[in-house]
Structures are given as structure tokens and as C-alpha cells.
Ligand binder design. Structure first.
Ligand code: RFL
Ligand code: PHB
Length: 389
């Protein structure tokens, strides 16, 4: 088989890149390890930046999002009973969109089907060869059969545990990492959201987040030690802990019910530099991970796709390599700013197990400052709605 761009991974990065490239007349083959059903059962991000919304429009996959997504003008940060409203609309003129990653992925698969692009599911043992040459090759198995693709470029969109990053020799990459000593236990429940906007809660009982997918589907998270397992948490224990972290008037009135999904995600910050080795490019979670506190992971994957898509189209249509030559540097400049914001939000809102009594005072002082300073709120709003790309 021969193609112009071999895309490894059919999460949001790989699917969006495939969609945009095929729309521009570039031939691709996308290889995904999991079944489509499995990819579409993963509950992940819920907040789309304005730039992400615009990219989904450019990719012609925004129709359902515009009907079913919920534009939000702001978020709340709380500190026990103090509620600080960050009004994005007033502070930046922009909004974010509440629309699940699961739905974005479903819309992208539907659009790819309609366009007739090549997507191969349940592939195993993907091997990238000759990435540092002019004619890379990607081989893989489906069942007992082995296949190979000759291509011009390889896009590594295969997430944190994929093969793409590991294909780059260790001496050609540098990694930066911070692992946080806690995770998020998240549940999905068919209940009315606790509030009309998201609440990021700092409290003496730890961090919690009240989020949503629609008017009858809520998504909640609480901070848990890394040693906890999902089985340790009954729904009842979850709701009790959640309520102890949220402002008391919200906790008193919120609707609870049985969970329809429950999972734990560890929190880490991670960057692997550079994003290019020869004709292999890393995109999204394959190259970087942010803790979910800033809602940046999916949105960063989309800005990586933006830079790479333009670079690849330019290279394949005109032979000019300026866009792909600058891809790593352009994407990393934005990535590091989102890293900083996600780390800052995580530090401002979580209780660390071994912290001294000074740390809790710093969190409260930061939240009080936000409640009193429009300048501080504008800075947070600018970062949350997404820096330009
Ligand atoms: P993905 O989604 O991990 O997709 C990678 C795909 O590659 C496949 N794969 C392979 N395929 C072929 N061969 C191999 N060897 C392969 N190895 C892996 C995998 O099966 C998979 O389908 O990476 P991608 O596309 O870069 O997308 C990144 C986003 O998924 C991620 O950043 C976000 O979900 C992070 N995130 C959030 N981001 C936001 O922008 N806003 C949020 O509100 C937000 N909330 C979250 C989140 C992530 C969470 N978890 C579970 C980590 C909340 C949570 C709880
Ligand atoms: C979510 O709704 O899943 C969500 C929202 C905001 C975050 C992280 C996750 O910061």
C-alpha cells in the first residue's frame, strides 16, 4: 500500500488530521489499535476552546456541536463557601463550548465514513521504519496478516502509550515530567448539573469539579490518592465526598443518582521535545500530557493538528517545507504556555498530601485575590478560553 500521510492513532488528533488532510485532497491511511466501539466509549474531555470550535467548523464537523453543545460564558472557582466567577464573555469577549470529546470523535468518524477515507481498526504491532529517511514505511498486523504502507510522512497521533514517540531514538529527544501525588476519580450520572456553569472547588477536603455534558447528564470529579481504586468508591461515598468539597448551598440542593461510568485518571505534566524526527511528527498526547485542571489536553491536540495540517498541505502541494520545518517550534511555544496554566490551576486547587499549613493559606489567598482583582481574573480567562494559534 502507498499513501502520502500514514496516521497512527484514531483519537481526536488522528481523526481531525485525517479529516482536514482528506478535505484538502491529501491521501491518508489511519491505523487505530482499538475497535471503533472502544474509542467511542471513552469518556474524557468536556470543554472546547473557541479556537477548537473554529477548527471543527473548518473541518465541517460542527453541525451537531452547534445544536447540542452548550456555550458557556464563564466558570466558577470556589474556596469552601467563597464563589469566584470568571466571566469570559465580559473579560475576553469569548466563550467556551461544553461538548464531550466522545461526541467530537463520533462526529469525526461519521464525516470520515461519508468522505470514504481509509481507517483500519484493531491493528497490532505497528512498526515505523525509516522515519529519518525520505521514504518512511509503516507496517502492522491485523489478525495473522502483516501489511506495510510506504508513505511520505508519518503523523504519530497515538497518545501517551503509543509507539510513535518511542520510535525516536532516546538521544534525539528530551523529556520533562512532573507526576502529581493524586488522581481524579470521575463519574457520569443522569442528573441535573449542580450549577449552570462549571465549578472548580478548592476546599479543606481537597479538590472537586462539577461539570456536565447536557441538562440531564453531569460529570463530577474528586481528588483521590493514587493508591485508591475505583472499586473502593461506592456511589454513596463519592457523593458524600463531593458534597464536602463544594460550597454548602450547592451541596444542599444538588441532585444525586447512580453513576453510569466511574474511572480514575492519574495527573501528570509531560513534554517530549522536539515534535519531529525526520519525517515523523508527534501530535497531541503522544508528545505531551497536561493535568486536566485547565481543560487543555484535547484543545492542545487540536492546535498541534492546526500547525501540522497547514505544514503538510504546503509541503505536499507546493514542495515548500517552511510549515513542517517550523511545526515543532510553533506547537511547543503554545504547548509550554498551556503546561504552565494547567500546572498553575492544579497547584492552586489541590491539596497535596505532605504539604505544610502555609500551602493551604496560599491557595486561599490566590482565590481571594482572584475574587477582588479583575486583572487577575482576566489573566485566568485569557488562558482558559485558549491562547491564539
Ligand atoms: P488519544 O485520545 O489518547 O488517542 C490516541 C489513539 O491512539 C491509539 N493508539 C494506537 N493506535 C495504533 N497503534 C498503536 N500502537 C497505538 N497506541 C495507541 C489509541 O487507541 C487511541 O485511540 O490522544 P489524542 O488523539 O492526542 O487526544 C488527546 C485527548 O484525548 C486528551 O488530551 C484529552 O482527553 C485530555 N482531557 C481533557 N482535555 C481537554 O482539552 N479538556 C478537558 O476537559 C479534558 N478533560 C482529559 C479530561 C483527559 C482525561 N483522562 C481520562 C486522561 C478529563 C480526563 C478524565
Ligand atoms: C469534563 O467535563 O470532563 C472536564 C471539564 C473541565 C476540566 C476537565 C474535565 O478541566
Amino acid at each position: 500500500m502507498k499513501t502520502q500521510v500514514a496516521i497512527i492513532g484514531g483519537g481526536p488528533s488522528g481523526l481531525l488530521l485525517s479529516q482536514l488532510l482528506n478535505q484538502a485532497g491529501v491521501d491518508t491511511v489511519l491505523l487505530e489499535r482499538a475497535s471503533r466501539k472502544h474509542v467511542l466509549s471513552r469518556i474524557r474531555a468536556g470543554v472546547l476552546e473557541a479556537g477548537t470550535v473554529q477548527m471543527l467548523h473548518e473541518a465541517n464537523v460542527a453541525q451537531r456541536m452547534e445544536q447540542e453543545g452548550i456555550p458557556h460564558d464563564g466558570v466558577y472557582l470556589s474556596d469552601d463557601d467563597l464563589m469566584v466567577h470568571i466571566n469570559f464573555k465580559e473579560l475576553t469577549g469569548k466563550q467556551v463550548m461544553i461538548y464531550g470529546q466522545t461526541e467530537v470523535t463520533a462526529d469525526l468518524y461519521a464525516a470520515q465514513d461519508a468522505m470514504g477515507t481509509t481507517i483500519v481498526h484493531t491493528v497490532e504491532d505497528v512498526v515505523i521504519e525509516g522515519a529519518d529517511s525520505a521514504s518512511p514505511k509503516v507496517s502492522y498486523s491485523v489478525g495473522d496478516q502483516r501489511f506495510a504502507i510506504d508513505c511520505d510522512y508519518v503523523a504519530g497521533c497515538d497518545g501517551f502509550h503509543g509507539v510513535s514517540r518511542k520510535t525516536i531514538p532516546e538521544k534525539n529527544r528530551q523529556t520533562f515530567e512532573r507526576v502529581y501525588p493524586f488522581g481524579w476519580l470521575g463519574i457520569l450520572s443522569r442528573t441535573k448539573p449542580a450549577h449552570d456553569e462549571l465549578i472548580y472547588a478548592n476546599s479543606s477536603n481537597g479538590f472537586a469539579l462539577a461539570s456536565m455534558r447536557n441538562q440531564n447528564l453531569s460529570r463530577y470529579y474528586i481528588q483521590v490518592p493514587l493508591t485508591d481504586r475505583v472499586e473502593d468508591w461506592s456511589d454513596e461515598a463519592f457523593w458524600t465526598k463531593l458534597k464536602s468539597c463544594l460550597p454548602s448551598d450547592i451541596a444542599k440542593t444538588m441532585e444525586t443518582g447512580s453513576s453510569i461510568e466511574k474511572s480514575i485518571a492519574p495527573l501528570r505534566s509531560f513534554v517530549s521535545e522536539p515534535l519531529r524526527w525526520g519525517n515523523l511528527f508527534l501530535v497531541g498526547d503522544a508528545a505531551h500530557i497536561v493535568p486536566p485542571t485547565g481543560a487543555k489536553g484535547l484543545n492542545l491536540a487540536v492546535s498541534d493538528v492546526f500547525y501540522l495540517y497547514h505544514g503538510l498541505v504546503q509541503a505536499l502541494k507546493t514542495g515548500t517545507t517552511e510549515g513542517i520545518d517550523c511545526y515543532s517550534e510553533r506547537a511547543l511555544t503554545r504547548i509550554w504556555k498551556a503546561m504552565r496554566f494547567s500546572w498553575q490551576m492544579t497547584t492552586m486547587l489541590h491539596k497535596f498530601a505532605d504539604e505544610d499549613n502555609f500551602a493551604a493559606q496560599m491557595r486561599t489567598a490566590t482565590l481571594k485575590h482572584l475574587s477582588q482583582s479583575e486583572t487577575a481574573r482576566r489573566d485566568l480567562a485569557e488562558n482558559y478560553i485558549g491562547l491564539p494559534f
